[in-house]
Design a protein around this ligand. Structure first.
Ligand code: HEC
Length: 143
């Protein structure tokens, strides 16, 4: 075999090495995955609106000791609560701020749910309607 017949093969190998080096150098520029990643969320789950994110904070701060959004804990799951109250937000705000007043006002769910657990819920007289909405809005995002 004549030595000249190796030349094209050597040329090919050099070409491949060169292309691979070029690719290594270009790869970081071609990698767009960091730019299309979803924004970090504290819950690691769904992307939340501002109100829901605020609701998540309020929930963790005030309610999470006794409630889960989607499961029974000491109290009932909060993502089902509004349905349990027949969609009556005003009644539920009253319960959250001052549950004995909701019993006194004669709301059937208040009278029923008070026997749910031997422990009693705290009163949250400073929570506004918007803050309570945000908590339940957040809870509804948790499946
Ligand atoms: C100290 C424990 C505790 C904390 C903290 C707590 N809850 Fe409760 N919650 C309960 C218990 C227990 C019940 C069930 C009623 C009962 O047994 O007295 C309840 C019931 C409820 C209900 C009625 C649910 C239904 O299905 O009718 C709602 C609504 C509710 N809580 C909302 C909240 C919200 C909102 C927060 C935070 C701002 C909160 N709770 C914080 C213990 C707690």
């Amino acid at each position: 075999m004549k030595s000249a017949s190796f030349l094209p093969i050597i040329g090919l190998v050099i070409g491949m090495v060169y292309a691979s080096l070029r690719y290594q150098k270009l790869k970081p520029k071609l990698d767009l995955s960091t730019e299309i990643k979803a924004p970090a969320s504290t819950s690691g789950s769904a992307l939340l609106t501002d109100a829901q994110a605020n609701g998540e904070k309020l929930f963790k701060l005030n309610c999470a000791a006794c409630h889960k959004a989607n499961k029974a804990l000491i109290g009932p799951p909060l993502n089902a609560a509004l349905d349990e109250w027949g969609g009556d937000k005003e009644a539920m705000y009253l319960w959250v701020r001052n549950w004995p007043a909701a019993i006194e006002a004669g709301y059937p769910r208040a009278i029923e749910v008070v026997d749910y657990d031997v422990s009693a819920m705290n009163l949250f007289p400073t929570l506004t309607d918007e803050e309570i909405d945000a908590i339940f809005d957040y809870a509804s995002t948790v499946n």
